[in-house]
Design a protein around this ligand. Structure first.
Ligand code: LLP
Length: 432
């Protein structure tokens, strides 16, 4: 199934071509909103969500807020009927602020605090996925104190290797996530005894950026069998939460076929007689956004050519953290074909790990050249930081010929404003 790429070149009269986000020129956006700038496409978000919904009409799709939690993005999806998968009190707040129905929110994560659990119970969300016995006990205590019954699903670790990057594999025995498969039955019998809890389903999430469907098949089969065993023993298992993980094509990977993925999921849900919940993040948000950056300087040394750009690892961690490969393209391309040059695209941060792309063959770059870093909509802005006291990139969304700012640029005053001198230092700084 071919899903649109909203970032395309439009030809000018002089034969040059310029990349647009839907109908809006990226050159224009860079001038109006500055760089570095995340640019998202509403049409792509919509289409990617609808593609999943179309092949799995009976599943509840809980968009994984960690991929990109901007309230405008989450709202776009909530308007289409999406729920949300959240992993912190902050994400819960985002989802609710963005208009996600609370009865479509699932709370996952290995380290929920008392405050976070209390917030989830007050919001009356769909389900809380439990990842350890002490967590189960604490949730029971809080529920009893509040006089409510918490709807829970146990997140099972099926010990299946997702064959993805080590840092984003979550379903192996040695990973910190979930309850070992063999302990699940014991945990459900404990849920039955605890008066503040009610079991509603079973959950898993084996990893992210999966290219092969086989690990999904293996894990979901295990989960289905467990669901049937639990049901036979009288436990209430209404839903199967299969997590997220669907991979995308960053560098020519063969994306999993969405119809085959749906078939596996539907078969598993039907066999267990359960409603399916999914938690996709990257699949929806990844290709829906790019990071727009401008070259500050080009530095040519004997060993290499560096294009030093105005975004850095604080804006976009994926390359340095996972050695992730993202396509980089010139926003404006001239009519005549030019010889390419091999460059490393690096940021201004004082670490050699601060790179965006290495060894790329691109037309010669110069100060001011605008570049588009593709597939940056997921785990881009949401993983950004203030390292080197850099202000994070701005964020805009485009829909057709319209655009709007969805995250203002902060000021240095905002950045420093939360800090203060210790009381004994107060008189040591001269008024400026
Ligand atoms: N559900 C749970 C419980 C998760 O832990 C995750 C991702 C998802 C759903 C969404 O997975 P997705 O559909 O996006 O693959 N920062 C990394 C990815 C970390 C994923 C963490 N968990 C990256 O940039 O590749």
């Amino acid at each position: 199934m071919q899903i649109i790429d909203p970032f395309n070149y439009i030809n000018d009269n002089d034969g040059s071509r310029h990349m647009h986000a839907e109908g809006v020129s990226l050159n224009f956006l860079a001038t109006k909103a500055g760089t570095p700038l995340y640019v998202y496409s509403y049409q792509a978000l919509t289409e990617r969500y609808n593609t999943l919904k179309k092949v799995l009409p009976d599943s509840l799709i809980c968009y994984s807020v960690k991929a990109n939690g901007n309230i405008s993005i989450v709202n776009s999806l909530a308007q289409l009927g999406a729920g949300a998968d959240v992993v912190s009190g902050g994400e819960l707040k985002r989802a609710i602020t963005a208009g996600v129905e609370t009865k479509k929110i699932v709370f996952s994560g290995v380290g929920k605090t008392e405050l976070e659990m209390a917030a989830a119970l007050s919001a009356n969300i769909l389900q809380i996925n439990i990842e350890s016995e002490p967590e189960l006990e604490l949730l029971n205590k809080i529920s009893l104190e509040k006089g409510v019954i918490a709807p829970v699903a146990v997140r099972v670790n099926p010990d299946v290797d997702a064959n993805t990057h080590d840092k984003i594999s979550t379903g192996r025995q040695e990973d910190k996530f979930g309850i070992p498969y063999k302990d699940a039955i014991y945990l459900y019998s404990k849920i039955k005894e605890l008066k503040g809890l009610e079991s509603v389903g079973l959950a898993t999430h084996i990893g992210s950026q999966l290219i092969s469907l086989e690990p999904f098949r293996k894990a979901f089969k295990k989960l289905t069998q467990l669901a049937l065993t639990l049901k036979t023993s009288g436990h209430n298992i209404r839903s199967l939460d299969f997590g997220g993980g669907l991979g995308i094509n960053y560098s020519g990977e063969l994306e999993p076929n969405i119809n085959d993925y749906a078939k596996i999921i539907k078969a598993a849900g039907d066999e267990a007689g359960c409603q399916v919940i999914l938690e996709p993040g990257r699949f929806i948000a990844g290709p829906s956004g790019i990071l727009l950056t401008r070259v500050i300087y080009v530095k040519r040394t004997e060993a290499r050519t560096f294009a030093i750009v105005d975004c850095a690892m604080n804006d976009f961690m994926r390359p340095t953290l996972y050695n992730a490969w993202h396509k980089v393209e010139l926003v404006s391309q001239q009519k005549n074909k030019v010889d390419t040059e091999t460059v490393d695209i690096v940021g201004p941060i004082c670490e050699s790990g601060d790179f965006i792309a290495k060894d790329r063959d691109l037309p010669p770059l110069s100060s001011g050249t605008l570049l588009s870093i593709k597939d940056a909509g997921a785990y881009g802005a949401s993983m950004s930081s203030y390292y080197n006291s850099r202000l994070p990139a701005g964020e805009v969304i485009v829909s057709g010929n319209e655009w709007d700012i969805i995250k203002k640029r902060q000021s240095l005053e905002d950045l420093i404003g939360l800090e203060n001198f210790a009381h004994w230092q107060k008189n040591s700084v001269k008024e400026q």
